[in-house]
Design a protein around this ligand. Structure first.
Ligand code: AMP
Ligand code: ZN
Length: 121
């Protein structure tokens, strides 16, 4: 941990929000950003984040309810933009290391363009 620094100072996704690291943006508004994953796990793999730093969904509080709701509603908007109407996709958020989280800024994976299996690995 970087004690003494604001916790999002070196956060990868906060740096993307600030434009310090380039990204291929798919959707942006004042409170959220969606960009292409650098290591796609499907033909379409987009990362959706709140611009505000939250470690993961586990850290979310009641006061984030509107923000979280609007991120949810951005998902079908992204789907329609990238896939058109009536296309299938999967949305995943990994909460914690054991669940596969490697970047500790809340994000949702938007995956499409191939058939997915269940359960996930
Ligand atoms: P997770 O493992 O759930 O925390 O997901 C983090 C995701 O961020 C992974 O799918 C990475 O491929 C992706 N990622 C890491 N660095 C970048 C980057 N600079 N631009 C876009 N996606 C990234
Ligand atoms: Zn962050």
């Amino acid at each position: 941990m970087n004690k003494g620094l604001p916790k999002n100072k070196n956060c990868l996704f906060c740096r993307i929000v600030r434009g310090e690291i380039p990204s291929q943006k798919v959707l942006e508004n004042k409170e959220l950003l969606a960009f292409k994953d650098i290591n796609p796990q499907a033909p379409i793999h987009v990362i959706i984040i709140p611009k505000k730093h939250l470690d993961s969904l586990s850290g979310a509080e009641e006061k984030e309810i509107a923000l979280l709701g609007r991120i949810q509603l951005a998902i079908p908007e992204i789907a329609e933009k990238l896939l058109g109407k009536n296309s299938d996709y999967r949305v995943v958020t990994n909460c914690g290391e054991e669940a596969g989280q490697s970047v500790f800024h809340l994000h949702y994976h938007f995956l499409a363009g191939r058939r997915f299996t269940w359960p996930p690995g």
